[in-house]
Design a protein around this ligand. Structure first.
Ligand code: SAH
Length: 698
């Protein structure tokens, strides 16, 4: 069956909208025993959509004041102007969400002093649970009489039945993502214009146009997320072949670039690369376009490591009202730079050239630009360009950063030196999807025989083989497809190692999967690396991240409490949710509100814990005054006696490891705290299921 578009409401749930208006839902769960991230089909009637809505970043969008204000101004201006020249206004709000933009249109019309014009508003929303919330919000604000909500995708609206033949003269829509077009905005506007609207000249679309910009930047920090670097600069046996260097592919890397601006050095001015006039989109090429921009001037000497991309919207026809995702460093005005709107629903997109390019100030380069219906691609060089290639991702960007991170590498090197100084260690088993540790062992210890359990990620398995066969010397390894006894005799194994890292893991403790894989084989003579894991936490005051879960209450003087209530309802009766976040992208108050607290220690060498649930009640004492709005969780692994590797922070005020996602619980109701106060919590680790849970008691 043809799938129209995949919409992510959260990183854990996929809603697949099929060609008909029906919707199927798959939810992702990690099975610790098999290690598989399973997509489980759930019947629509059974599925708790509210839970998914609660986990989405929908609320953050409603907290985006700049977005709300610019939309409202454009709506007011358009309705005021049009009501002077027409007798009838029919607004179509595409993707109404809570009904916010429709309600803005109703209010704008009520405030215009033109009695001879009539108003009709049709709001459509493809996600049925959201359409129900829209109806409730509109009712709560006493606007049901003038706004009709239809729970359909705009492309499925029928002019005669759904709009009673009454053609649209204003479209308002906020169907954009970080990449602008990733939610299908091009087809959404094009189809509406083709089938539902009056003539182009009298039609108004809010926003009217969009421009996509890129800037050439130097950033070894961003390169760390893209290109695998060799184990050392000199003399190594194992070299990573060029074809294996970009395991995260060249798909978009989306992140909060403002938070890492100190690691980004612009080499050019912002370059406008694509313009979209939403009234006149051309679907003849399936919304695909490519072009080469010649003579792009570099302003500084440096290396083009990446492209930072953002976009800007002309909200009104004249382009007087603007809304965009311009990075903070591009503002001329210092005050604006400091007060840039924080948002999570639109961040920045990073793309990488096929080869970083060294340039001198005043050099001119050519920029290749491509987009299809949903995504963008850029490259730089001297033409002719290699063809665009959307190479797929076999590893996440953070896993690539983990491979490259020097501090992490050095910890492994130190720990391996200690472990392998024991002469009785000869034959080892490596388990996991991490490429670094097996390569380090084979490079550094030719006398160790390494048996490698093949990754269940077939592409990674092939990559590892390619890297190893590219070695300049014979390496002492064997790759096995399973731990069955015909492949491995555990009596002869001296040590089992894991980074531990699995591509399917979502939360930090999911990587403990390696412990589950070996449980039935492990015996007391086998040393484990790592030997212990401890789950740790810290209380934080996030500068902004907490907003993605804060209640909205009033938004532009509209009462959106039905939206909050639905989410609150969903959050009751379940453990406090812990979601994966890359905390290096989100600043928080320093010094931190609490010290680092150890919650659960797992002795991986003691398999007797198998059926146990370990529960702990403890207090988190606060060291400073502030507002506690989040608790971060992560795991530290003991590699050797005094060598611990963190996946979070080692010390309170360190920067967060960028090579692993941490778990975060954002408090629905942030707590105002004073130094000396305590937060009582309960945490549990279920050894059978490998699940960690946590609750705030008081
Ligand atoms: N307009 C609201 C919500 C914006 S979020 C606001 O500005 O606050 C975008 C919403 O559009 C989502 O709820 C998504 O489900 C919906 N959506 C996206 N494309 C759509 C389409 N073509 N037709 C109907 N709904 C769509």
């Amino acid at each position: 069956m043809f799938l129209k578009r995949i919409v992510y409401f959260s990183r854990k749930t996929l809603h697949l909208y099929l060609q008909s208006s029906t919707m199927s839902t798959f939810t992702s769960r990690i099975n610790m025993v098999t290690g598989n991230n399973e997509w489980i089909f759930v019947d629509d009637d059974d599925f708790d959509y509210n839970q998914e809505l609660a986990r989405s970043a929908f609320a953050d969008m409603l907290h985006d004041h700049e977005r709300n204000i610019q939309y409202e101004q454009a709506i007011i201006k358009t309705i005021q102007t049009l009501s002077k020249s027409t007798k009838k206004i029919h607004v179509l709000d595409i993707g109404t969400g809570t009904g916010l933009l429709s309600m803005m249109a109703a209010r704008a019309f009520n405030q215009t002093i033109n009695s001879s014009c009539s108003l009709r508003i049709t709001a459509c929303e493809v996600f049925q649970p959201m359409a129900k919330i829209a109806k409730k919000c509109i009712e709560k604000n006493a606007l049901s009489h003038c706004i009709r909500v239809i729970d359909k995708r705009s492309t499925e609206l029928d002019l005669e039945n759904d709009l009673q033949g009454d053609r649209i003269n204003i479209i308002v829509a906020e169907v954009f993502d970080t990449e602008l077009i990733g939610e299908g905005a091009l087809r959404t506007f094009s189809e509406a214009c083709k089938h539902l609207t009056i003539d182009n000249e009298n039609l108004r679309i809010i926003p009217a146009r969009a421009t996509i910009y890129v800037q050439l930047v130097q950033s070894s920090f961003l390169q760390e997320f893209h290109t695998l670097k060799n184990l050392s600069e000199t003399n190594q046996k194992i070299k990573i072949p060029d074809g294996c260097r970009h395991l995260a592919g060249n798909t978009i890397f989306d992140l909060n670039a403002n938070e890492i601006k100190n690691y980004i050095r612009p080499l050019s001015k912002p370059i406008p690369v694509f313009d979209f006039d939403f009234k006149s989109l051309n679907d003849k090429t399936n919304f695909t376009k490519e072009k080469i921009l010649e003579n792009i001037q570099c302003d500084y000497d440096g290396q083009i490591d990446a492209f930072v991309m953002w976009w800007n919207l002309d909200m009104d026809e004249q382009g007087e009202i603007q809304l965009g995702t311009i990075p903070s460093w591009c503002y001329d005005d210092k005050e604006k730079e400091q007060n840039v709107q924080w948002r999570e629903h639109w961040i920045h997109a990073i793309y990488y050239p096929q080869q970083p390019k060294i340039v001198k100030a005043k050099d001119q380069v050519s920029l290749y630009c491509f987009h299809d219906e949903y995504s963008l691609y850029f490259d730089v060089g001297i033409s002719p360009f290699p063809p665009k290639s959307f190479t797929p991702a076999f590893l996440s960007r953070s896993a690539v950063a983990g491979f490259n991170n020097d501090k992490r590498r050095n910890k492994y090197i130190q720990a391996l030196e200690k472990s392998f100084s024991n002469p009785s260690i000869n034959r080892c088993l490596y388990i996991g999807d991490g490429l670094l540790l097996p390569l380090l062992i084979l490079e550094m210890y030719p006398n160790i025989e390494l048996i490698i359990l093949q990754s269940s990620n077939i592409h990674l398995a092939h990559t590892l083989e390619k890297i190893l066969t590219n070695s300049s010397k014979q390496l002492n390894y064997r790759i096995i497809p399973s731990l069955d006894k015909e492949n491995i005799d555990f009596q002869t194994i001296d040590m089992i190692l894991s980074e531990p890292f699995f591509t399917k893991s979502i939360l930090p403790w999911d990587n403990l999967h390696f412990y589950y894989l070996i449980q039935q084989y492990h015996h007391s003579n086998i040393k484990l690396f790592p030997s212990k894991a401890r789950i740790r936490c810290i209380a934080l005051e996030f500068d902004n991240l907490y907003k993605i879960r804060s209640p909205v209450n009033q938004c532009c003087q509209f009462d959106l409490t039905p939206f909050d209530e639905q989410i609150l309802q969903a959050s009751l009766n379940v453990d406090a949710t812990i979601e994966p976040q890359s905390l290096f992208e989100y600043s928080s108050k320093k010094p931190t509100l609490s010290s680092i607290i150890d919650l659960i220690e797992i002795d991986l060498e003691k398999i007797s814990q198998k059926n146990k649930i370990e529960t702990i009640n403890l207090d988190i004492p606060f060291n400073v005054d502030g507002i506690c709005n989040g608790i971060a969780f992560w795991i530290d692994y003991q590699l050797e006696d005094n060598i611990w590797l963190t996946t979070g922070i080692e010390n309170e005020n360190d920067s967060w490891a960028n090579y692993s996602k941490q778990g975060v619980h954002l408090l629905l109701k942030p707590i105002e705290i004073k130094s000396g106060m305590k937060l009582s919590i309960n945490a549990a680790f279920d050894f059978q299921k490998g699940q960690f849970s946590f609750n705030i008691i008081s």
